[in-house]
Ligand binder design. Sequence first.
Ligand SMILES: Cc1cc2nc3c(=O)[nH]c(=O)nc-3n(C[C@H](O)[C@H](O)[C@H](O)COP(=O)(O)OP(=O)(O)OC[C@H]3O[C@@H](n4cnc5c(N)ncnc54)[C@H](O)[C@@H]3O)c2cc1C
Length: 382
Amino acid sequence: MNYFLSEQEEMVKNLFSEYVDKRIIPLRKELDEKHEFPREIFQEMARQDFFRIMVPEAYGGLSDSIMLLNLGLEELSRGDAGISVAFAVDAIATKGVLLYGNDAQKQKYLPGIADGNILTAFAITEPGAGSDAASIKTKAVKKGNKYVLDGVKQFITNGEFADLVMVIAVTDPSKRYKGHTAFLVEKGTPGFSPGKREDKMGIRSSVTNELLFDGCEVPEENIVGSPGQGFYIALGLLDRSRIGIGAQAVGIAQAALDESLKYSHIREQFGKPINSFQAVQIMLADMATQIEASRLLVYHASRLVDSGDKDITKTSAMAKLMATDTAMKVTTDAVQIFGGYGYMKEYPVEKMMRDAKVTQIYEGTNQIQRNVIAARLIKETK
Ligand SMILES: Cc1cc2nc3c(=O)[nH]c(=O)nc-3n(C[C@H](O)[C@H](O)[C@H](O)COP(=O)(O)OP(=O)(O)OC[C@H]3O[C@@H](n4cnc5c(N)ncnc54)[C@H](O)[C@@H]3O)c2cc1C
């Protein structure tokens, strides 16, 4: 299908695609089994200049286009969704510095991120605050020209490996979400340490940690934006980044369809390839159609952001919702097409089904996406 990509977009897509075919697909089973962050792959991706697609040229990158980033994410996800989520989350804090940071912060961090020497994380979720992100409790109390952070962040991707974390904390509890502030916290800052590493169902090559803040002093100049802006920064970033989760879902689903098609030619029952049975053909046709529809919505949402349109919330939620529900359905059907073999770890589709599940949960569950879409529809038609 012709997606009318620019020359640069085609080039980036092909670069990521070739790397995924050559390096990630052969390793994906091992990556899933090891349950370790694959540092060497990230170093290799840095040498391939992959991280430059998150950072504009002025800071040593290639572009700040969300479309370009999402093309890269889709391809990485075709290989291994653990690697792609680590990459996607790196892009959240990076865009945070780019969109809301000051010149000094951009000069200090963006070139290192573009080089792949600085890995970042984004931390808003807490044990008691997930969907209701406004109810976070981690506090940041001003002390001279510093802020002292105390609290626990939960389920933070890249947590223990991140060199820099964007943390949303409460600076004025009396103002609820209007009293939240975004901080940049560097690895090694006294009082900041990783907590428990989670043992996950899928995306096992990514690490997910608790992050502990215990009297952690952060200089005032590490505030991103201004005090009180933190919640809005988080919402603004997630409106953009959840399209990337849609791209991740498209990549996972495409990989499951590719595997299903291959298998459907080889596997014979009743003396014929299973793709000669109409029941299997219907599954394949629905999978392919739903993937294309999801991809087009993800590309459209990406282009909307790149156009500078400010009203992206509904489209971004729709892209995430559609693509991630599709990935869950497509990977489940892929397991069905493989029959009993699909349920076994010897074949890749059970991993894809486990990986797909989390896309319906993180960066705002799909129940929350439906709430957001419905709220917008109702407001638009009042
Ligand atoms: C692997 C993984 C990686 C993650 N990485 C990060 C990260 O890097 N940084 C970060 O900050 N967070 C991260 N998260 C957290 C993630 O964004 C949250 O898990 C998610 O937002 C849901 O919050 P919760 O888990 O507390 O679920 P809850 O909010 O407790 O939701 C539980 C159930 O209730 C439903 N529900 C809640 N409220 C409503 C409502 N108003 N209407 C309808 N249904 C509702 C939900 O949809 C869900 O089904 C990660 C999570 C996972 C699993």
